[in-house]
Design a protein. Structure first.
Length: 132
């Protein structure tokens, strides 16, 4: 369950076709390998999807949609026992003519997830903790 879309008094639930937390974890791990980090070294990266919500409202002439997400990244150093933890928060808003379509809802959620992954992978503090 990701959120709701409302049409006056009617509300429709929005759900995902896949495990979003696993999707985020795989995208982050794939990109860390591309950046040169090796799997199985002395660091363990945990990805926790804390919040993912989406709400679309019908409006005339303009409706609105809002998506927000919070991902917690934890880096554990198996050798030293040090732990780094940080929450990454992102919110996006968009307008649409009267009512949003499934395709625009999907696009809004996918864009939010991509931006969350990008923000994590561009965070110097996170990358520095992986490099130590």
């Amino acid at each position: 369950y990701l959120g709701q879309k409302s049409f006056g008094d009617q509300k429709v639930n929005i759900t995902a076709d896949q495990n979003v937390a696993e999707f985020l974890k795989s995208k982050i791990n794939e990109n860390l390998v591309l950046k040169g980090f090796k799997v199985g070294e002395d660091k363990v990266v945990e990805v926790h999807l804390k919040t993912l919500a989406f709400k679309a409202k019908r409006g005339f002439p303009v409706g609105s949609a809002k998506a927000n997400g919070v991902v917690r990244i934890i880096v554990r150093n198996a050798v030293s026992g040090d732990t780094f933890s940080k929450d990454y928060v992102l919110e996006s808003k968009s307008d649409h003519f009267i009512s949003s379509f499934k395709s625009s809802d999907d696009q809004a959620i996918n864009t939010l997830l991509q931006e969350l992954v990008k923000g994590i992978l561009e965070d110097d503090e996170f990358l520095a903790n992986l490099s130590r």
